[in-house]
Design a binder for this molecule. Structure first.
Ligand SMILES: [Zn+2]
Length: 367
C-alpha cells in the first residue's frame, strides 16, 4: 500500500491511496456492504459512479457464511464478484453493541451470535487472520469502542486494551497485500485522544482510523474531536473517520483533514425513502412529490436522476415496489461520490474554503 498526498488547502487533503485492487482517490466515501453486498446494489451499479473501495463487516461474515466458505470460493472479491478494493472492519464495533451478549478480557472478546446464540471469540490474532484469509485490501485492528458519555476510567481502559490489541494485530500480520489500520480511541477528551494517537502511531501502521465517534455525542463534539484527532496523525498516512456519511459531516471531516469515510446512512436512507440532495434530505413519500416532474437532485448526474422523476420514485415507494429502495440507494451513493469528486477538485485548485461554504449554504438548516 502507498499513499501520496498531492495537495492541501488548510487542513483539507487531496491524495491517492494505492491498494492491491487499484487506486482510491481521496477524500473518498466507502459504501458499506455489511454482508458482502451493498444492500440492493450490484457491483455493476457501484461502477456506474466509479466506487473504488467498499467496506464489509468481519462480524457478519464470520457468522455467515463463515471463513471456510469464502476461502473455498476464492476469497471475498471472487465470492461477491467485486474486483476493486475491500476494507473490512475488525468486528469490534458490532460486538460491543451486543452488550449483554459479550465478555471482554485482555485476551479478546467472547460473544454470542445474534443469529443462533452460538459462542465465538474474537482475538487480535484471529480477526487479522480472518481478514487476511478473505484477501481484503485494508484490515482494521481489533479495538475497544466505548459508548458516550463514558467515565475517564472507561476511556482509559479502552485505550489500554486498544493499544495492547493493536500491537498483537500488527505482530500477527502475515500478508503483505493487506494493509492494517489502527483505530484511535479516547472519547471526547483531548488528552486521552492524544495518548491513544501517540501509542498507536508508535507502531508505525500503514494507516489510522478515528474511532469512537458518531456514537451518541453531539454533532459539534464529533466535528471538534475528529478535527483534533486528525491533527495528531502522521501527515503521510491515510486517515479514516469511521461511521460518518451525511453531507454536512463529510464536509466537516474533510475540512479537518480526514481522507476516508464510511457509513450505512446513504443506503439505509435509500431503503427508507430518504433521498440525499445538495439542498438537504427529502422524504420521497411526501405528498408534495407525487406529481413532481423534477429529478431527485437537479445537480446530480447519476443514472437515476438522468432517467426518473420524483413522481415516479414516490410512486414506487407508495406501491412498495422493490425498485424504489434500489434506485434511491444508487442515487444516494452516487451523489456522495460526486460530492467527493468535487471536494477533491476544490482542494487541488485551492478553492476548498469557497466550496465548503457553498455546500453548507445550500443545505437546509440542520435536521
Ligand atoms: Zn442522482
Amino acid at each position: 500500500m502507498t499513499f501520496a498526498l498531492h495537495a492541501t488547502d488548510g487542513a483539507a487533503r487531496r491524495g491517492t491511496l494505492s491498494l492491491a485492487h487499484g487506486v482510491v482517490e481521496t477524500p473518498a466515501f466507502m459504501p458499506v456492504g455489511t454482508a458482502a453486498t451493498v444492500k440492493a446494489l450490484t457491483p455493476e451499479d457501484l461502477r456506474t459512479f466509479d466506487a473504488r473501495i467498499i467496506l464489509a463487516n468481519t462480524y457478519h461474515l464470520w457468522l455467515r457464511p463463515g471463513r471456510d466458505t469464502i476461502v473455498e470460493l476464492g476469497g471475498l472479491h471472487a465470492f461477491m464478484g467485486w474486483d476493486r478494493n475491500i476494507l473490512t472492519d475488525s468486528g469490534g464495533f458490532q460486538v460491543f453493541s451486543l452488550e449483554s451478549r459479550r465478555v471482554l478480557s485482555d485476551d479478546g472478546v467472547r460473544f454470542r451470535s445474534h443469529l443462533d446464540g452460538s459462542e465465538h471469540e474474537f482475538t487480535p490474532e484471529n480477526v487479522v487472520g480472518f481478514q487476511e484469509a478473505l484477501g481484503v485490501d485494508v484490515a482494521m485492528a481489533l479495538d475497544v469502542c466505548v459508548k458516550l458519555p463514558a467515565t475517564q476510567a472507561e476511556i482509559d481502559e479502552s485505550i489500554r486494551r486498544t493499544t495492547l490489541w493493536a500491537k498483537r494485530c500488527s505482530a500477527a500480520r502475515s500478508r503483505a497485500e493487506t494493509a492494517l489500520f489502527g483505530i484511535v480511541q479516547g472519547g471526547l477528551d483531548e488528552r486521552s485522544r492524544a495518548r491513544s494517537a501517540e501509542e498507536l502511531t508508535a507502531l508505525d501502521l500503514p494507516g489510522y482510523a478515528i474511532g469512537g465517534l458518531s456514537v451518541g455525542e453531539s454533532r459539534e463534539d464529533m466535528h471538534r474531536m475528529s478535527r483534533f484527532t486528525a491533527s495528531l496523525l502522521p501527515t503521510e498516512k491515510p486517515r479514516y473517520l469511521m461511521g460518518v456519511g451525511t453531507v454536512r459531516d463529510l464536509i466537516a471531516g474533510i475540512d479537518g483533514g480526514v481522507d476516508m469515510f464510511d457509513c450505512v446512512y446513504p443506503t439505509r436512507c435509500g431503503r427508507n425513502g430518504r433521498a440525499l440532495t445538495r439542498s438537504g434530505d427529502l422524504n420521497i413519500r411526501a405528498a408534495a412529490f407525487a406529481r413532481d416532474p423534477r429529478p431527485l437532485d437537479a445537480r446530480c448526474s447519476c443514472s437515476v436522476c438522468a432517467t426518473y422523476t420524483r413522481a415516479y420514485l414516490s410512486h414506487l415507494f407508495r406501491a412498495d415496489e422493490m425498485l424504489g429502495p434500489r434506485l434511491l440507494s444508487l442515487h444516494n451513493l452516487a451523489m456522495l461520490a460526486q460530492l467527493m469528486a468535487e471536494a477533491r477538485h476544490a482542494i487541488e485548485t485551492n478553492a476548498w474554503q469557497a466550496f465548503r461554504a457553498s455546500v453548507e449554504a445550500d443545505l437546509e438548516p440542520a435536521l
